[in-house]
Design a binder for this molecule. Sequence first.
Ligand code: TXA
Ligand code: MG
Length: 330
Amino acid sequence: MVRDPSDPAALQEAVRRLQAGELVAFATETVYGLGADASRDEAVARIFEAKGRPSDHPLIVHVPDASRVGDFAASVPPFAQKLIDAFWPGPLTLILPRRPEVARAAAGGQSSIGLRCPSHPVAHALLRACADAQPPVPGLAAPSANKFGRVSPTSAQHVASEFGDGLLVLDGGPCEVGIESAIVDCTRGRPVLLRPGVLTAAQIESACGEPLVRPEDLPGAPRASGTLEAHYAPRAKVRLMDARGLQTALDLLGGQAANIATYSRAILQTRSERVLRRRMPDDAVEAARQLFAVLRDFDDQGVQLIWVEAPPEDAEWDGVRDRLARAAAA
Ligand code: TXA
Ligand code: MG
């Protein structure tokens, strides 16, 4: 059930469930998370089960503030500390060497651990209440609260529609960022960008004082599941085209009725009354905010094919381009 976390009873109930090893979904500034006590392997196992996700996929552990990093990480390289100082709380996940005795299941058995301190007040209130509870829950392992391979949820209703009424969802309204956090692997001596987010490569580089390495430049680097192609996919097929290709495709369709939607910055003309046309914002941050809700909305309307105008090549569009490329690869 969806509950308003400003009701103290809702927050208490969430903490009680997490202490009991159960799952609770909660708002973050990026997307909604499906949380469990990161220190308990059997609680973490429930996440994999609920999502239908292979259990060797590592999860991100969420902490209320930077002082908890040492609970999970064995060491923090200086460039990683600079990233924490610059962007926490916020939409940045760091992969750090794991303390071998903690969070083995959450880390998917890897010797590293993904850590993130979210800025959303609901996530923060929950993490704080968990850390202060007796017995304490020091961190929440939380992947995006969607079934494996599907589009991440950016509202409490998205989560409830996928998991049903038994799951407690702490509602924090629509997510401001709208796409998942940027992930920087800090275990390789140099920062490696595993997943782009709304923070640009330039912002990350200037904060840590080092150039970002791309995973494709590092042979043998482990691939994050977020880097699998065919991730973040709506049920409808997604095709990326430039604005001219899109208009040509619509012209070829003519007046035929078809379950097709377009999502473009360009204004498109069509003679088909059935084609849904939505404008993509010109601003990359706004486009990220809307992206997953738009894809879900097309699915809800029974669209079978989504024709998307490829976003600009500029760095601030990296996150949106990445998610759309994966959706199109499904
Ligand atoms: O914005 C976000 O990061 C959201 C919210 C809920 O915080 N969470 C999220 O989690 O996107 P998830 O599980 O859907 O994505 C986690 C990504 C995966 O691609 C996973 O492979 C990678 O993080 N990851 C986690 N721990 C890792 C590790 N130790 N080494 C490499 N990749 C890791
Ligand atoms: Mg996910």
